[in-house]
Design a protein around this ligand. Structure first.
Ligand SMILES: *Cc1c(COP(=O)(O)O)cnc(C)c1O
Length: 367
């Protein structure tokens, strides 16, 4: 463990992740949980999150890329692992050796895979991805019978079949209903208990427990974040946010009325003001668009003023505070709370992006 001399850190509450997973386990009535730990567990740290998930009974992890899967195997994870995205021919023998399941994303992919697998090894584990509406990867619903037949006639292990919803986080509309209907017709064609059926992401697992099938793929809400404001409003259980972001004041000064501060001199003080400098900036993922966002000091909201710099930013204080005063950028402090959703709104994006954009320079601490 390297030293962190700078006080800026993300604190990850693994207990919250465990409780969120337990809530999904109950909600999904016996279906298996697939913990989605792609993109370094949505910025929370893949190894630590996967460890806690496995300790709490999860036996299946999903990632986006082959490299993420190998990374987990290299760290000793012996659970089932599925790569949700595209995998190249060069990876398939590795997938066979490491027993990593891959997604069959098209008929061409299946032909490529049939030629790329090594006959001497264990059969390649395949989850057939059916594109029922995302138009991203997957065989089209009408191609599914050919794909199923192809898998059965080749030395693959037909381990699973899945689809992904485009609008599960909204009120169910025509597209969602069509995706459900198309997937049902494909599942009926498979009729094999060895083939694991999984269709739900966090939003679908929350809103449609009847679609849990064999397993549900839980990403964002394992980390305690609602997939959308719509789902948040309808939540049948409480999600516990896992990530908070903290730092300390490293400098305080009094700025005279009418003075400007930071690059571009965009902020001008109306009266004499106490200004604190925080050791975090856009190179940490605290993007310039967060100018004006509140932080918590002594539980009180105080705004970021002036342009956010690469490594530092400034906050207008309600009162003088000493260097070393604790600052909560995301999370709870006394009676104050800044939620990830608030940053997302400020940046005109969705909460998914926020933990992903906190760069590696911010150490992740666990408790
Ligand atoms: C990322 C991803 C998930 C997880 O989605 P959440 O909305 O984060 O729960 C599930 N399935 C697929 C195919 C994904 O790419």
């Amino acid at each position: 463990m390297t030293e962190n001399y700078r006080p800026t850190k993300a604190v990850i509450d693994l207990g919250a992740i465990e409780k969120n997973l337990a809530a999904f386990k109950e909600r999904s009535q016996g279906a298996e949980l697939i913990a989605v730990v792609k993109a370094d567990a949505y910025g929370h740290g893949a190894i630590e999150v996967a460890n806690r998930a496995v300790e709490s009974g999860v036996q299946f992890l999903a990632v986006a890329t082959p490299d993420e899967a190998v990374y987990l195997r290299n760290h000793g994870f012996q659970t089932k692992i599925l790569v949700l995205g595209a995998t190249p021919a060069s990876f398939l023998p590795v997938a066979q050796k490491e027993e990593i399941a891959v997604a069959a994303i098209s008929l061409e992919w299946l032909q490529m895979a049939a030629a790329a697998v090594e006959p001497g090894l264990l059969p390649l584990k395949i989850h057939l991805k059916v594109d029922t509406g995302m138009r991203r990867v997957g065989v089209l619903t009408e191609e599914a019978p050919i794909a199923i037949e192809f898998i059965r006639q080749h030395p693959f292990e037909f381990a699973g079949i899945f689809t992904h919803f485009a609008t599960a986080d909204e009120e169910s509309g025509e597209l969602f209903q069509r995706q459900v209907r198309e997937m049902k017709s494909v599942i009926d064609q498979v009729d094999d208990p060895q083939v694991l059926v999984h269709v739900s992401n966090s939003a679908a697992a929350i809103m449609h427990p009847e679609l849990a099938y064999g397993a549900v793929r839980i990403g964002i809400s394992m980390y305690g974040i609602a997939p959308s404001p719509y789902v948040e409003e309808k939540m049948p259980f409480k999600l516990l946010p896992a990530l908070s972001l903290e730092t300390e004041v490293v400098h305080v000064k009094k700025v005279k009325a009418g003075e400007t501060l930071s690059y571009g001199a965009t902020y001008r003080s109306e009266k004499d003001e106490w200004i604190a400098t925080l050791p975090i900036g856009y190179a940490d993922g605290m993007l310039r668009g967060l100018q004006g966002q509140d932080v918590l000091i002594r539980g009180e909201r105080m705004p970021i003023v002036g342009r956010i710099c690469m490594d530092q930013c400034m906050v207008r204080l309600n009162e003088q505070v000493p260097v070393g005063e604790k600052v909560q950028l995301i999370g709870k402090q006394r009676d104050g709370l800044v939620r990830i959703d608030e940053w997302a709104e400020k940046l005109g994006t969705i909460p998914y992006e926020i933990p992903c954009i906190l760069t590696k320079r911010i150490p992740r601490m666990y408790h």
